[in-house]
Design a protein around this ligand. Structure first.
Ligand SMILES: C[S@@+](CC[C@H](N)C(=O)[O-])C[C@H]1O[C@@H](n2cnc3c(N)ncnc32)[C@H](O)[C@@H]1O
Length: 360
């Protein structure tokens, strides 16, 4: 696509090796087109849901604030900017007050409508009275709830016609509403786990996680442990209760997940990491790595990312250390794990889930 005579080669720069996957969608293109059609360009533009930097690259000259939710997103946007010799953009996380009041925002609507609501909460709390928000989504992903959320925050919500199966929702006349803190509390093992809206498994503690916690094998000699893809931190915290002297690291790609985990587990020997790659850890660092690994990325299913993480786990485990994984059985990780580890044992399974213990 070209915009104001410019054309960029936007790439994904993610851990997946599948080159057929696209770095932007028709919804992103529709947002860019809507921006190009504006008679008067805004002073302070906010961009939400720009997964790999398509909007950030094309609109960089308007000095947007790009609100990121993932470390992998921030890295991909930076890589695309760098590849096109564009100076880095201003970033914000979705929880902090913004430096400048926005008067315009573009939102690629995320799959999690709780996260969409969190975006609107930040936008309405950090914008001028005359803010316009243009949201885009693929028509097959529309749900009435999306409209309902938009109507909670704006008096006028207008839908566009569909173009390439994408549609816009234009929001104007923001309502005067009281700011809400969008945090849910989920109970497990007599503890309330808090999580920001938009974090994995919003309604209940994930069933795979519960199955995992019932079958995890931990040992008093596990001194340094990593909860990889830690979400709200439940796995790391349940281990911490058993081994209060162990050093526990929790890492997640999602800013909101890491912020939630910080609410649930703290201590001198607890370390939180907002990252998507194990390259931040030394070789042979851990006795034990536990994970309920990601394989859903918005509407995409991609097992290349967990497979990449498993290879990183092998490097970061001590000799004799082990990686324990819970997974949906159909993913059949065993065939990928066996060539890597000296032994791969199934320590629990039921109709749906399986727990592997892989020894280095
Ligand atoms: C299936 S959830 C598990 C969350 C939590 N451990 C639990 O059991 O409730 C997977 C998590 O992986 C995170 N994630 C996705 N890609 C990641 C990556 N490359 N590195 C670390 N975490 C990642 C997601 O943000 C999500 O929180």
């Amino acid at each position: 696509m070209d915009f104001e005579g410019r054309k960029y080669q936007i790439k994904r720069y993610d851990l997946s090796e599948d080159k057929s996957l696209k770095a932007w969608s028709a919804a992103d293109e529709y947002l860019l087109q809507a921006f190009a059609d504006l008679e008067k360009k805004p002073n302070q533009l906010g961009i939400y849901g720009d997964r790999f930097g398509f909007l950030g690259c094309y609109l960089h000259s308007f000095n947007p604030t790009v609100v990121f939710t993932q470390k992998s997103q921030q890295k991909a946007i930076d890589a695309n900017l760098k590849a096109h010799n564009i100076p880095l953009l201003s970033y914000s996380d979705p929880l902090s007050p913004l430096k400048n009041e926005m008067d315009f925002a573009l939102v690629n609507v995320p799959k999690s409508l709780e996260l969409f609501q969190l975006f609107l909460e930040q936008i309405t709390g950090n914008s001028s009275e005359d803010i316009t928000v243009i949201c885009a989504f693929m028509t097959r992903h529309f749900s009435p709830k999306l409209l309902q959320i938009a109507q909670e925050y704006f008096d006028v919500t207008e839908q566009s016609r569909a173009v390439k199966k994408a549609r816009l929702l234009v929001l104007t006349k923001k309502k005067n509403i009281v700011k809400k803190e969008l945090i849910t509390s989920l109970n497990y093992n007599n503890q309330d786990y808090k999580q920001y809206w938009g974090v994995f498994s919003a309604q209940h503690i994930d069933y795979a996680t519960q199955f995992f916690l019932e079958h995890l094998e931990i040992d008093d000699t596990d001194r340094c442990i990593l909860d990889l893809a830690s979400g709200n931190g439940i796995i790391g915290n349940e281990i911490f209760k058993e081994l209060p002297d162990a050093e526990i690291h929790l890492m997640d790609d999602s800013y909101l997940a890491v912020s939630s985990a910080k609410l649930n587990i703290q201590g001198e020997n607890i370390h939180h990491h907002f990252n998507n790659e194990l390259t931040i850890f030394d070789d042979n660092a851990f006795y034990l790595i536990v994970t309920n690994p990601p394989f859903h990325f918005e509407y995409e299913i991609n097992i290349q990312i967990p497979l990449h993480l498993f290879k990183g786990c092998l490097r970061c485990l001590k000799k004799g250390g082990n990686l324990q994984i819970v997974a949906n059985k159909h993913l059949n990780y065993k065939i990928h794990l066996e060539p890597l580890f000296s032994s791969v044992e199934i320590i629990a399974e039921d109709k749906k889930f399986i727990v592997y213990k892989c020894i280095k």
